[in-house]
Structure formats: C-alpha cells, structure tokens
Ligand binder design. Structure first.
Ligand SMILES: Cc1cc2nc3c(=O)[nH]c(=O)nc-3n(C[C@H](O)[C@H](O)[C@H](O)COP(=O)(O)OP(=O)(O)OC[C@H]3O[C@@H](n4cnc5c(N)ncnc54)[C@H](O)[C@@H]3O)c2cc1C
Ligand SMILES: *[C@@H]1O[C@H](CO)[C@@H](O)[C@H](O)[C@H]1NC(C)=O
Ligand SMILES: *[C@@H]1O[C@H](CO)[C@@H](O)[C@H](O)[C@H]1NC(C)=O
Ligand SMILES: *[C@@H]1O[C@H](CO)[C@@H](O)[C@H](O)[C@H]1NC(C)=O
Ligand SMILES: *[C@@H]1O[C@H](CO)[C@@H](O)[C@H](O)[C@H]1NC(C)=O
Ligand SMILES: *[C@@H]1O[C@H](CO)[C@@H](O)[C@H](O)[C@H]1NC(C)=O
Length: 536
C-alpha cells in the first residue's frame, strides 16, 4: 500500500512529538491510524489504555502463563485490537513512524509471555489479533484459509463440521493461536503420519515491515520458508495461513494405559524408547506422560507413566500393530475407545469424556497456570539407570509433568532444512514442565528444580547443540539485549532451536527487516550494519 501523504504526516507528527511529552504517544498513534485508514476505526472497541476498565481484562484474556500476568510485570502503554487486516498494516506503519516498540499476540500461549510482556524494552504496545479469527474451510479443494487469531481448536472444529474424513496435523492443546503456533513448527498427534502443521502450509498472508500485505508469491520463497518454523514475530505479522487438509479415517481409536515406575515401569519405559519412533506403524502416535500420583490405599506418592495413544484406524488393527511392535504394554480391547477424529482431539487434549466438540469454539485458554518448561531431544534410548535418577528427581517436585513425544514415521523422511524446524531424525522429544498455584509464592523454587533436572539430563540428550523446540520458548537459553543485538550471543539459543538453519534465518532477517523492527527477547537478529557492508 503506497501512502502518498505519509511523509507530510510524519513531519507533522515529528514536530508534535518534539512539542509534547511521551504520554501523548497514544493520541499520536490513534491520529496516525485514522490518517492512514481508508475507513474509520472504532477506537472505543479496538483501543485500550490502562485507563480503560477493560484494559486488564483484555490483557489477561489470553495470557496463558500467569507468571507473566502478575501486576509486577511490565504492561503495555496500550492494546490495539484490530478488526480488519488493513488495521494491522496501519499499526505497523504507525508504530514504525512513531518509534513505538510493538508486540504481537495471537493465542497468548508463549511460554515466556513475549507476546504481551517486554522485559528488555519499554514502553511497548500490544497488537492483539483476537478479533481476526475467521476459518474458511474448502473441502473440495482440500484446504482452508485460517486467520491468525483463531485457535487451532476452532480450525479442527470447522474442518470436522464439514467432513468426518478430513483433519489437520497441528497441536494437541486446542486453545493455541494459529498465528504463533504454526510459525514455530507446531506438532501434534499426527506428526508421525503427516509431519508438522508448518509442513502443511501452502500459502500465507503477512504484513511486512513496510506495512505491505504479501502472499507466498509476492514475499518470495526465502521469506515463505522463514515463517514456517522460524518462530514468532521476527519477520512480519502473519494474517492468514492457507493450510492443506489431510485425510483421517472415520474411525479413530484412543487409549491410555497407566503404569507406575515402581512396578517394573522403568523397563517398559526403556522399551518404549526402542519402539515408539522406529517400530510402530505411523498411524499410531503413542506418547508418554509422566506424573506423580498418590496410591489410593497407602497414600504414598509414586511416579506414574501414562501411555496415551491415538491410532488412525479401528481397534482390531491397532491391537495387531501393538502385538507386533510393543507387546510389552499388553494393550487390550478394554483399554481402547473407537471414536471420531474430532472426539479423539478432545481426548488427547484431556477434556473429560462426554465433552462436546463445541467447547473448541470458546476461543480462550483451556486453563491458565504459573509454569516453567524446557525441552530436549533424544537420539539414543536413555539407560535404565538414567530413568531411575529421573524418577528420584520427580519426587522432589510438587506437580511435575514430563511428556515424551515419539518422532519417526514421516518426520525422519523430511530434510532438516526443508523448513527452519530442524529436529527430524530423533527418537523423541522431552518436555519438562512444572506448574504451581498462585498461593505457592515461590516461583524461584520450582524454576530452580526444573533447571537442576535439565542439568541432570544433559548426558542423555542431543549435544552440540543441545536442541530445543522454539515453540517451547525458554529464556534461560539467552536473550537479545536492548539496542545491542549480537548474532554471536543469539546463536546460544538460535543454534539450539534451528541448528544450521539459523544462518539462513539471519540472512533472510537481514534482507527483509534490516532495522530489526520486529524484535523481542529471542527474535532472529539481523547482521549488524558494518558486517552487511563488507558482505555487499
Ligand atoms: C499449555 C500449552 C500447550 C501447548 N501444546 C503444544 C502442542 O501440542 N504442540 C505444539 O507444537 N506446541 C504447543 N505449545 C506451544 C505453542 O505452540 C507456542 O506457545 C505457540 O507460540 C503459541 O502460539 P500463540 O499464538 O498461542 O501464542 P502467542 O503468545 O500469541 O505468540 C507466540 C509467539 O509468536 C508471536 N506471534 C503471535 N502471533 C503472531 C503473528 N500473527 N505473526 C507473527 N508472530 C506472531 C508472538 O509475538 C510470540 O513471539 C503449547 C503451549 C502451551 C502453553
Ligand atoms: C487517564 O486518566 C487520568 C486520570 O483519570 C487522566 O488525567 C488522563 O488524561 C487519562 N489518560 C487518557 C489517555 O485517557
Ligand atoms: C490478571 O491476572 C493476574 C495473574 O493471575 C492477576 O494478578 C490480576 O489480578 C488479573 N487482573 C484482572 C483484572 O483479572
Ligand atoms: C488431565 O486431567 C486430569 C483430571 O482432571 C488431571 O488429573 C491430569 O493431571 C490431566 N493431565 C494433563 C496431562 O494435563
Ligand atoms: C520414507 O522414505 C522411504 C524411502 O524413500 C519410504 O520407503 C518410506 O515409505 C517413507 N516413509 C514415510 C512415512 O513417508
Ligand atoms: C555490545 O556487545 C558487545 C559484544 O557482546 C560488547 O563488547 C559491547 O560492550 C556491548 N556494547 C554496549 C554498549 O553494551
């Protein structure tokens, strides 16, 4: 979009910004938005300052990690909630012209809250895409255009509403926003069969740093590569994804089998590592959730492994697959439930049985908690002695959750550089997670526990680099410093999230956003100016 009078407007703004204190930034922003908008913007319903009673409610609405919602965290100068794509364009243009640091929020599930809290740079504003949530499914074309502010649960619902034999391979937790989720890769229970959500993106519409709306053709293949896995908010604002639907059978089978680690569960967990990625049919996704449970009789706390499965087919074939690949689990027909794909989505997301799919339309976090998480990838099975140490450490924490997600299947067939997500040839991913109630008032204790566990696991997981999943953002790995971004320092986490793809991400960032307008604690840095000059 070319804006003929923008220079004149900029001049007016600059002269007024010299004459007025910074508190008038809000007024200048709204004036700028009005100036650049073709249609008038209803500010009373899109623009929220700390003065407005709705401010905290809206800020809190999708702030999933309560650690970042507490009053002591830095708050935005204001929240802008656009109701039209063009308002996102003008928000970028005006933030840039006024030099206001901008954060972008879709579903608000960022592990470290970077979509609504800036710890390195204040003041800042939040552009919240919650009102941009259309989902347009085209079954005939096997595709859908989905808007950034929609949740992945809404996408699943709208697909299932039109067909019982179509699905989409994205996240298990259904309240994730598709804007942040898919741009970080996005895995779910169909990853062994169809790969990541980002592997199934056909096109996109984004707002670039100049406020233009670009699609795959106009942004070019480099930028289109970068946004499919390069992590949120480094390259532009995603407005829409065009996704490819995948076939699902009309009957899907789900099950959960629980074993305590004490009752021979360690051997079983060791065996799982040898088969889950490599031996089992790719129609079967069999993950392990490790949690503390208390024995109903003795009241003693034990570590329990929950083997939770989703099988793209009926129970009969599932039992054959298990008999061949993992007989040690002794899965029986009684453990299994045949259902539809959309109900298997509810099952995997841990909704209680009988919950209706309409719950997916509520469009807000399922639950919120204070939490800290970290991730690892495993290439060789962890020996039983290692598992024993893990068991002991879990007993030291109040509410830990460890999730092992099997890879293999089509994941190992996709090249590490196909998209920025590089973790393809691994047996499984580990997520370490701990949540605590507000009343515990001791974040540090739980964070310390998870850091120690992470250190303990070092010998058993990938090394050089120790890989991590960008969608499980972990600021322990390092942060960009304000005004002095360093590509070397950023490689501390960049290499872990992206391996060799980090270099290509830096090149693309340098090309499309050399001034680093789209930035946050762990955004992709551009090359500094002198280095760029010698390169050219
Ligand atoms: C409880 C829970 C369960 C999870 N389960 C899974 C899972 O099953 N599978 C999985 O792969 N991941 C999972 N995740 C991780 C999830 O994929 C990431 O947290 C993801 O970034 C969330 O996207 P969002 O839009 O909800 O978050 P946001 O906080 O809105 O955004 C995350 C990041 O992306 C940026 N961003 C947001 N919108 C846009 C946009 N439109 N354009 C550009 N950048 C944008 C933000 O600025 C921020 O940096 C889970 C997270 C939580 C908290
Ligand atoms: C916010 O409220 C204060 C006091 O009520 C008022 O002085 C100020 O002008 C208000 N600011 C905005 C931007 O409305
Ligand atoms: C927002 O959430 C935080 C964290 O739970 C809480 O302290 C605060 O009171 C909430 N504010 C509102 C208005 O709900
Ligand atoms: C699933 O729900 C049950 C019952 O509400 C709860 O005890 C359990 O911790 C949940 N599991 C996960 C992985 O969230
Ligand atoms: C992976 O690639 C091999 C060799 O090309 C092929 O035989 C196999 O079917 C592929 N597996 C999947 C799950 O795509
Ligand atoms: C910027 O970072 C470099 C490298 O880490 C450091 O040497 C330099 O002192 C920093 N400059 C400022 C102003 O912080």
């Amino acid at each position: 979009m070319m804006l003929p009078n923008s220079l004149l407007f900029l001049f007016l703004l600059l002269s007024s910004s010299l004459a007025h204190p910074p508190s008038l930034k809000q007024d200048m922003f709204t004036q700028c938005l009005s100036y650049h908008s073709k249609v008038s913007i209803p500010f009373s319903t899109t623009f929220f300052t700390p003065n407005s009673s709705a401010f905290t409610t809206i800020l809190n609405s999708t702030a999933q990690n309560l650690r970042y919602a507490v009053p002591s965290m830095p708050k935005p100068e204001f929240i802008f909630r656009p109701t039209h794509d063009s308002q996102v364009q003008t928000a970028v243009i005006c933030s840039k012209q006024l030099g206001i640091h901008l954060r972008i929020r879709s579903g608000g599930h960022d592990y470290e809250g970077v979509s609504y809290v800036s710890q390195i740079e204040t003041p800042f504003i939040v552009v919240d895409l919650a009102k941009l949530r259309s989902v347009n499914v085209d079954i005939q074309a096997n595709s859908a255009w989905i808007q950034a502010g929609a949740t992945i649960g809404e996408v699943y619902y709208r697909i299932a509403e039109k067909s019982t034999t179509h699905g989409f391979p994205a996240g298990i937790w259904t309240s994730l926003g598709v804007g942040g989720h898919i741009t970080g890769g996005a895995y779910g229970s169909m990853l062994r069969k169809y790969g990541l959500a980002a592997d199934n993106v056909m096109d996109a519409r984004i707002v670039d740093v100049n406020g233009r709306i670009l699609d795959r053709e106009t942004m070019g293949e480099d930028l289109f590569w970068a946004i499919r896995g390069g992590g949120g908010a480094s390259f532009g604002i995603i407005l829409w994804w065009k996704i490819k639907l995948v076939p699902v059978p009309s009957t899907v089978t789900v099950f959960t089998v629980a074993k305590t680690l004490e009752q021979g569960g360690t051997k079983l967990l060791h065996r799982w590592q040898q088969v889950a990625a490599t031996e089992l049919d790719e129609d079967l996704f069999l993950r392990v959730l490790i949690q503390l449970t208390s024995d109903s009789q003795s009241g003693k706390t034990t570590v329990t492994t929950f083997y939770q499965g989703q099988f793209l087919g009926g129970v009969e074939r599932l039992l054959q697959v298990m008999q061949t690949g993992f007989p040690e689990l002794s899965l029986t027909q009684k453990d299994c439930t045949e259902t539809t794909w959309i109900k298997s989505v509810l099952y995997m997301a841990n909704y209680s049985s009988g919950t209706q799919p309409e719950i997916l339309l509520q469009g807000k976090p399922i639950t919120k908690f204070y939490f800290k998480a970290k991730s690892d990838f495993v290439i060789d099975p962890i020996p039983e002695t290692g598992l024993e140490g893990l068991r002991k450490r879990l007993l030291e924490e109040t509410n830990p959750l460890i999730i092992w997600t099997p890879y293999g299947g089509v994941m190992s067939n996709i090249s590490e550089s196909a998209i920025p997500f590089p973790h393809r040839k691994v047996l499984f991913k580990i997520q370490y997670f701990t949540a605590w109630p507000a009343t515990s008032h001791n974040d540090a204790k739980h964070i310390d526990w998870i850091r120690k566990l992470y250190n303990y696991m070092a010998p058993y997981v990938t090394m050089f680099p120790r890989q991590a999943y960008v969608n499980y953002r972990d600021l322990d790995l390092g942060i960009n410093k304000k005004g002095n971004i360093s590509v070397i320092e950023a490689s501390a986490w960049g290499n872990r999230y992206f391996k060799d793809n980090f270099n290509r991400l830096i090149e693309i960032k340098t090309k499309v956003d050399p001034e680093n307008f789209f930035r946050h604690e762990q955004s992709i840095p551009p090359l500094p100016l002198p280095a760029r000059r010698t390169r050219n």
